[in-house]
Write a protein that binds this ligand. Sequence first.
Ligand SMILES: *[C@@H]1O[C@H](CO)[C@@H](O)[C@H](O)[C@H]1NC(C)=O
Ligand SMILES: *[C@@H]1O[C@H](CO)[C@@H](O)[C@H](O)[C@H]1NC(C)=O
Ligand SMILES: *[C@@H]1O[C@H](CO)[C@@H](O)[C@H](O)[C@H]1NC(C)=O
Ligand SMILES: *[C@@H]1O[C@H](CO)[C@@H](O)[C@H](O)[C@H]1NC(C)=O
Ligand SMILES: *[C@@H]1O[C@H](CO)[C@@H](O)[C@H](O)[C@H]1NC(C)=O
Ligand SMILES: *[C@@H]1O[C@H](CO)[C@@H](O)[C@H](O)[C@H]1NC(C)=O
Ligand SMILES: *[C@@H]1O[C@H](CO)[C@@H](O)[C@H](O)[C@H]1NC(C)=O
Ligand SMILES: *[C@@H]1O[C@H](CO)[C@@H](O)[C@H](O)[C@H]1NC(C)=O
Ligand SMILES: *[C@@H]1O[C@H](CO)[C@@H](O)[C@H](O)[C@H]1NC(C)=O
Ligand SMILES: *[C@@H]1O[C@H](CO)[C@@H](O)[C@H](O)[C@H]1NC(C)=O
Ligand SMILES: *[C@@H]1O[C@H](CO)[C@@H](O)[C@H](O)[C@H]1NC(C)=O
Length: 486
Amino acid sequence: MGFTTISCQLLLAAATVSATWIVPGARWRDTKGGLVNAHAGGITIDEDTGKFFWFGEYKIEGQVEGGGVSVYSSDDLVTWEPHGLALEPIEGHPYIDTTHIIQRPKVAYSEGTGKYHMWWHADNSTYGWLLQGFAESDNITGPYSFVDAIKPLGNWSQDFGMFTDYKDGRTYSLYSNGDRREGRDVYLTSFNENITALDKVVHRFEKYDLEAPTIIQTDKSYFALMSHKTGYRPNNVVAFRADKLSGPWSQPFIVSPLNTRSFNSQSGFSLRINGTKKTTYLYLGDQWDSISLWESRYIWLPIEIDEDKKSLEVQWHDVYDLDVKTGEVTPINGTTYYSKNATTSGDAYHQEATFGSDSVILTGINGNDSTVTFNNIAGTGKPQWVSFYYQNTDDMGFGDQPGGTPDRIGGTWQLRRISSVVVNNKTEEMETLYQRDTHKGIILSTPLMLHLENGTHNSITIGGLYNNQTYKGADVDRIVVFPPEE
Ligand SMILES: *[C@@H]1O[C@H](CO)[C@@H](O)[C@H](O)[C@H]1NC(C)=O
Ligand SMILES: *[C@@H]1O[C@H](CO)[C@@H](O)[C@H](O)[C@H]1NC(C)=O
Ligand SMILES: *[C@@H]1O[C@H](CO)[C@@H](O)[C@H](O)[C@H]1NC(C)=O
Ligand SMILES: *[C@@H]1O[C@H](CO)[C@@H](O)[C@H](O)[C@H]1NC(C)=O
Ligand SMILES: *[C@@H]1O[C@H](CO)[C@@H](O)[C@H](O)[C@H]1NC(C)=O
Ligand SMILES: *[C@@H]1O[C@H](CO)[C@@H](O)[C@H](O)[C@H]1NC(C)=O
Ligand SMILES: *[C@@H]1O[C@H](CO)[C@@H](O)[C@H](O)[C@H]1NC(C)=O
Ligand SMILES: *[C@@H]1O[C@H](CO)[C@@H](O)[C@H](O)[C@H]1NC(C)=O
Ligand SMILES: *[C@@H]1O[C@H](CO)[C@@H](O)[C@H](O)[C@H]1NC(C)=O
Ligand SMILES: *[C@@H]1O[C@H](CO)[C@@H](O)[C@H](O)[C@H]1NC(C)=O
Ligand SMILES: *[C@@H]1O[C@H](CO)[C@@H](O)[C@H](O)[C@H]1NC(C)=O
């Protein structure tokens, strides 16, 4: 029995080492099969082992706040081992009760105390406190014990970020000071050397009214990324650049193609990977799902920085390989199947669309009887990623349906539709495809892992599933089928 356990572990290790593809917006599973549950978090690299530790907000179905802070570890940023809760909420505790806000946690090692220090946005459920929470542990995975919740240098603190300068090891607190008229700034404030309290304000991004801050450091520059304030709806994330943390800082500029709303994500953290061949910068964004927060996903993408142009761009890839040792990013190529060749049923049809491939897009997808089918798809018999490129125009509203017309006064914005995806008519193996609002004329993608048969005879049928107000699916432009990971 002991032997069996060991060989299983070895096999698992061998099987997971090769799994290094990052698939933004997919359902990410941990090594025990659970959804990776670490929202709006941060990653701490253990200097001794090079291991990555991911801390984030833990949310179960139906839960909005008070889930505590979860922690996962990984050697490759893809295979995540869960270590449970690093900071557990405590019933009746004045600051970390299950009804309280424990948001955007980050962890840094304090040389002075020899402990790991966790900081986060600590608040009551109505955002009335605007504090920074502090907990510590001897072990990186915890358990962390609560130390204090403070007003940073007397001010308010909402969305929280943390940054450590690799040149001098100093750690900084980044925080928006809330939505009140007197607030609407983002502060960059140094921690004291032990990371036990705040020291002094280094810069204030004054009255830009931004949130979800993170800083990326290159050899020559600092880039501060932040989002606008649109709740769980994504917007166009901006960056500022400076030679020194104290500034002067540049004007903010948009970091991704306009109106993709940062590929449907919000900033929050970033990672610098000092590889043997290349230094790679990663944008670690959150793709919030306001209808079911616990199903929110992660958009992690490489960042292209041009020091001469003083520019920074977040680059989309459906699927890419990241070698954390060399720092190299290799986009994976797939085979594209266009909507022009797809067949339709019921009310679904090809509609003229200047922004679509071949100037058409598939629309009218609704329920089971108005579907579209891509035919003659080549498969391998092994699980493969398939990306679905769509336009979701919910910011046009649903006519007389409730929940529509967000571009009108008093309108609301439904963040996603859900489509069914059926391979080779096997309805019993139906997959659910979440399609976020993409803005008019903007085509984005969401990946699913599908089982296609070996050969070129596969079909993929897309229908509409219930989404609290409609059975409509988003408009489909094309699908891309990727090779199996091996
Ligand atoms: C840092 O923490 C250690 C351990 O508690 C303490 O001895 C030291 O005085 C602290 N350093 C500063 C600068 O506060
Ligand atoms: C949160 O704190 C503020 C400020 O103390 C208070 O006004 C508000 O009532 C609190 N909210 C709840 C739900 O207790
Ligand atoms: C820290 O981790 C080690 C090894 O996992 C464990 O033996 C120890 O009990 C942990 N310490 C605390 C305070 O949890
Ligand atoms: C926080 O800072 C703003 C300016 O950035 C200031 O107007 C406000 O009074 C400060 N709030 C507190 C509680 O100190
Ligand atoms: C990057 O890694 C190399 C070793 O691969 C090391 O020599 C160098 O100091 C590191 N640079 C920084 C800035 O961390
Ligand atoms: C993907 O296609 C591009 C362009 O044809 C090519 O340069 C690249 O090497 C391909 N990547 C892989 C991983 O095959
Ligand atoms: C599918 O569509 C593409 C682009 O419109 C076209 O080049 C290709 O020939 C079509 N394939 C088939 C099998 O119809
Ligand atoms: C779609 O088909 C399933 C299974 O046949 C059925 O349960 C469901 O009610 C249908 N939905 C609609 C909107 O027709
Ligand atoms: C479903 O829609 C109704 C009305 O649009 C709304 O009040 C309700 O909160 C929605 N439910 C969920 C789970 O979003
Ligand atoms: C799926 O069902 C359709 C309609 O019933 C049929 O035309 C098609 O051949 C079927 N495809 C497969 C792969 O069985
Ligand atoms: C897939 O089909 C090809 C051609 O028919 C065959 O050569 C290959 O061995 C098959 N692969 C698998 C995994 O069955």
